[in-house]
Design a protein around this ligand. Structure first.
Ligand code: GDP
Ligand code: MG
Length: 163
């Protein structure tokens, strides 16, 4: 079976842009993968010769005042549960937010390999902003640009290492 990578993060960080890049918008969906249900957004992805399934999520609702775990749509928790690795996407332009901390706290309890992708980082290679994301406690930030296709390959290699 192909490994499964879930994309999570608050709205507007670029999860769907990354999903589309990984799947080349083929968006080939996937009724046929054992154990995967159909109410999430699955795609068939290939990167650097590796094939995997990627799950897009949109389950974090920013306008609700309750904690992130309560806010988190069931579909997002389910996506994490069925993933082999999780890519937690944050926004290099906006920096670390309280909601990022809430999501990070949840992900640390999820017992999954979690990669931190700092998206929208085109032109920010040397920016000190990138180092701030260490404070999320998710490990080394991987700067990427989903829009421009930068940093994606090494992110996916790290996510799929030893799968
Ligand atoms: P989602 O809500 O997390 O799925 O985010 P979207 O993929 O819908 O993207 C939100 C916004 O960020 C859109 O306007 C995208 O064009 C923009 N965006 C996504 N990736 C990048 C990126 O790498 N660089 C920049 N500058 N903008 C991006
Ligand atoms: Mg989206």
């Amino acid at each position: 079976m192909k490994p499964v990578i879930a994309l999570v993060g608050r709205p507007n960080v670029g999860k769907s842009t990354l999903f589309n890049r990984l799947t080349k918008s083929r968006d080939a969906i996937v009724a046929d993968f054992a154990g995967l249900t159909r109410d999430r957004h699955y795609g068939d992805a290939k990167q650097g010769g590796r094939e995997f399934i990627v799950i897009d999520t949109g389950g974090f609702e920013p306008e609700k005042p309750t904690g992130i775990v309560a806010q988190m749509a069931r579909q997002t928790q389910a996506a994490v549960a069925e993933a082999d690795a999780v890519i937690f996407v944050v926004d290099a332009r906006l920096g670390v937010s309280g909601q990022d901390h809430d999501i990070a706290r949840y992900l640390r309890t999820a017992n999954k390999r979690v990669l931190l992708a700092v998206n929208k980082a085109e032109g920010m290679q040397d920016s000190p902003v990138l180092a701030e994301f260490h404070e999320l406690g998710i490990g080394t930030p991987h700067p990427i640009s989903s829009a421009h296709g930068q940093g994606i390959r090494s992110l996916i290699e790290a996510a799929l290492d030893d799968f």
